[in-house]
Structures are given as C-alpha cells and as structure tokens.
Design a protein around this ligand. Structure first.
Ligand code: C2E
Ligand code: MG
Ligand code: MG
Ligand code: MG
Length: 278
C-alpha cells in the first residue's frame, strides 16, 4: 500500500545518501594522501593576447591522478578540499609547484609569462592559511610578483571583510595581479570592482557560448567588456571554442582569449612546446 511505498522510498533515500556520504568520505581520505603520494600535478592552459596573438599568460589547473580511480576532476575534489580545510595544503603545493616552474623557465631564458593561479575563499578567511607567506616565497625565490596572477571569485568579494580586503591589497601592493574568475555567474556588482583591486575580469564561458548558440546573445559580453574598459580593467574571455567567437570578441575589444580554440590545458612539457611555437 501507500504506507509501504512511503517506507520504501524513505529507505532508498537514506541508502542513496549513505552511499554518497561514504563515497565522499573515501575520496576525502584518498585526497589526504594525494599530495604526499605525488598524485597531484598541474596542467597549463595557454592564454593568448588578441592584439599580439602571442601566448602571454597561462592558467595553472590542478589535476589528480588517482591510483585506482584514474583522473578525478577538480570540480569533484576541490569542493571536498574546501569543506575539509585540505585546500590550504593543496594550494600551498600548487603555489610552490608553479613557482618552481617559473624559476626553471626563467633560468632557461624563456619569454615572460604570467601564471594565473586559482585561489579559494578559505585562503583569505582562514587565519591559519597565511596566504601572504606566498609573497615571502616570491622574494626568497627571486620571482617577480608580475609573474603571478591570483584568480578569485565574485563570491569572495561579496562576503569579504576587512581581513580579506587587506590581504588582496597586500598582494596588489607587492605587484601581484588579481583576476575575477567566472565573471557574471555570481553576484556581480560594479561596486566590488571599484572597492577591490581588480586587474582582470575573466568572462565566464557561458556568456561566450551564448554569443553564437541559438540565443545569439552578444549583449552580455559586450557590456562586460565596455564596463571593464571604462574601469581600466583588462578582459580575458574563457571557453573560446570557435573562430566565430574569437572574431566577435576581438571586434568587441576583448584583451585575451582562453579556450580550446587556442589550446586545451596541457602537460608542462606540452605547454612548453606550445609556448615556444606561439
Ligand atoms: P576555472 O578556474 O574557471 O578554470 C577554467 C576551466 O574551464 C578549466 O576546467 C578548463 O579546463 C576549462 N576550459 C578551458 N577552456 C575551455 C573551453 O574552451 N571549453 C570548455 N568547455 N571548458 C574549458 P577544470 O580544469 O576542470 O577546472 C575546473 C575548476 O576547478 C576551475 O575553473 C577552478 O575553479 C577549479 N580549480 C582548478 N585548479 C584549481 C586550483 O589549483 N585551486 C583551486 N582553488 N581551484 C582550482
Ligand atoms: Mg580560473
Ligand atoms: Mg573560470
Ligand atoms: Mg570556476
């Protein structure tokens, strides 16, 4: 009867929840060892300048090669890392790794490159994270602050308190650029752009996509680019997949393009080869 059905669906519900919870706990447990076991690595996605057509920047994207489950995407494990606080250790690892690579590239006399690093809100809110230690590391390693760009999310700025804004300004003052990632998907407010040090806006790929899909909606990208220009902020378009998108963005005065049209995220070696060619 209806009563049994209700009971059954309740059981299924809790069973699903249990399975999901166990899966998460297992993954989190594995993630705790991922750094030590050298299962993490970085891929670099080239970012091209519209005017010079050259690779001027690259975004460092974290990868996890799980010993038995294969590749696990950041969208699966970054939220876990954030909730558990593991993100602090993991991000320190990312920062160190990127710095080591920049140092090597400098020793090889390669062209100048700015590496974009994703940061999580916990870096700025958590007292233990001490993200400003990253500045000391740059000094120690004699790495120019201009080689680093920190990506933050709109939601960070929305919740930002005095400590967060102090940290952002410390980076800015040291010469590290700040980019607002996935721009347009959060609670964008022009007032944040004026209150916080923003050097770059990264237009979320959903807006780039809608320029050429059925909605044929170019207004949003154009509005973001015009606004950014007036505020003296440079614009990177994310998720540029077609030549048509590239051409439209270029005609709108967008500064940089990132997406599969230019290149997918590449292993360090493949990135070096690509960079050399472009
Ligand atoms: P994100 O920062 O917005 O990074 C861009 C994402 O778009 C990357 O996904 C990239 O592979 C993907 N992408 C690039 N070009 C294209 C394109 O043309 N089309 C499409 N469909 N996708 C494209 P990925 O590598 O899976 O990373 C997902 C998210 O995970 C990142 O989004 C970022 O928020 C987060 N993440 C990655 N690495 C780190 C990290 O080291 N630290 C932190 N805190 N978050 C990270
Ligand atoms: Mg990013
Ligand atoms: Mg993004
Ligand atoms: Mg993102």
């Amino acid at each position: 009867g209806a009563k049994d059905q209700g009971k059954n669906s309740y059981q299924y519900y809790t069973h699903d929840m249990q399975t999901a919870a166990i899966k998460r706990m297992t993954l989190l447990n594995d993630l705790r060892y991922a750094v030590k076991n050298k299962e993490l690595f970085i891929e670099y996605q080239p970012i091209a300048c519209f005017s010079s057509q050259k690779v001027m920047k690259a975004e460092a994207l974290l990868r996890w090669q799980h010993p038995t489950k294969g590749r696990i995407t950041p969208d699966e494990f970054i939220p876990l890392a954030e909730e558990s606080g593991l993100i602090i250790d993991i991000s320190n690892w990312v920062f160190n790794e990127v710095c080591a690579n920049i140092k090597q590239w400098k020793a090889e006399n390669r062209q100048e490159l700015q590496v974009s690093i994703n940061t999580s809100p916990s870096h700025y809110f958590n007292l233990e994270s001490n993200i400003t230690q990253w500045l000391n590391l740059l000094l120690d390693q004699k790495i120019s602050a201009r080689s680093i760009l920190l990506e933050v999310t709109e939601n960070l700025l929305m919740e930002a308190n005095e400590m967060v804004s102090k940290k952002l300004f410390q980076f800015r003052q040291a010469g590290v650029d700040i980019a607002l990632d996935d721009f347009g998907t959060g609670y964008s407010s022009i007032s944040y752009l004026k209150r916080f040090p923003t050097d770059f806006i990264k237009i979320d790929r959903s807006f780039v996509k809608s320029m050429t899909d059925v909605s044929n909606d170019k207004v949003q990208c154009e509005a973001i680019i015009v606004m950014a220009k007036k505020l003296g902020i440079k614009v990177v378009a994310e998720g540029v997949e077609t030549q048509e998108q590239y051409d439209i963005l270029r005609s709108m005065g967008c500064d940089y393009a990132q997406g599969y049209l230019i290149a997918e995220p590449l292993s360090k070696t493949d990135f070096e080869a690509f960079w050399q060619k472009h």
